[in-house]
Design a protein around this ligand. Sequence first.
Ligand code: SF4
Ligand code: SF4
Length: 389
Amino acid sequence: MNFSNQVALRACDSYDEERLVGILREQMAVFGYDRAFFEGKKVVIKPNLVMKKSPDAAATTNPAVLSALLTVLAEMDCRPMIAESPGGIFNRQRLEGIYRVCGIEAVAKAHGAALNYDTDAVHVSFPEGKTVKSFHILKSVAEADILIDLCVLKSHGLTKMSAAVKNFFGTIPGIEKFEMHATFPDYKDFGSMICDLCEMYCRTKTVIAVTDAVVGMEGNGPTAGTPRKIGALMMSPNPFASDVVGETLLGFGGTVPIVREGVARGLCPADISGIELIGDEVAPLVISDFKEPDSAQNRAPSLLTFFSRGKLGRFFMPRPIADTDKCRGCGECAASCPQHTIELTEKNGKKIARIRHADCIRCYCCQELCPFEAIRIKKNPLIRLVDSL
Ligand code: SF4
Ligand code: SF4
């Protein structure tokens, strides 16, 4: 597979479906994705449906973009399947709830598109992997010839940014994602594993990355942040190249670890100057004050980041705290913690989550999957002090 440096981008400031259809039609043509290209191929769309959230929250792929994509694909007689494995328990009931609340079920029904409910997974080997040489992935995704990576451009507590490369983490079934966090507690190893996963798809299938950057999420993404208009829709055959543009749009250029790993592997240019951009210019769309997640470490002083590997390093990293006012004791965080370091305790007759920080690996799964945004991220006082200097 040739890791293209081409990214098609159009400014797009609303989810007006006619406009979205026009852009996607144009971008498909740019890359030669026509009727003959899709003919006889099994096509799977992988949206980002990280949890049960309404489209207004901007945590999940907007249904209008999916609808526009299905319209354009139908024009080429392509009838894809939509497949996702959200965080947490992975069964039909959970998938039904997520598809419904995220607005995906209604769109699929309107277009006659199939939603995947098969929770079977298969082992696939990837000997070229730097950190991981085999993955356990959704069977429906493993069987695809063409994978459409329909992601949202967001901030992310652990990886700083979630977009085209990170979206593939959702092809690992349910709670096995937590096991991956436990296996790779260091964020650099975790990022390398994500790059292996994305690289595997790029080398074994045809990947089309479509990034919904019309409205993204800033702050405590990928689920507890704030919607922020970005105003772009992108397509690329290379998720790594697409993410170079993504990090530039957010003002994060050169600082997103997963993208840096892609650069180190020679899978994408180091910055926007190496991207062959097709469509509109990036510069007018760059956001200078896009909010980072509270857990972002890039301002930590070099002496402390020196210790960023291992338990001592984690001591300096921002820690998750359950907000006792907001916590409803639902236990979702405890069920999703790879370290089993969260327990529910009674306080004033109310059940609340309590985190034992000694074993916490700062993966922020608890924050990502809390339905009530009750997990706050608190910076180490030493880091706060240095930041304030
Ligand atoms: S912190 Fe959130 S996920 Fe955990 S028990 Fe409280 S409300 Fe539920
Ligand atoms: S407490 Fe939260 S951040 Fe810590 S290991 Fe568990 S899920 Fe990850």
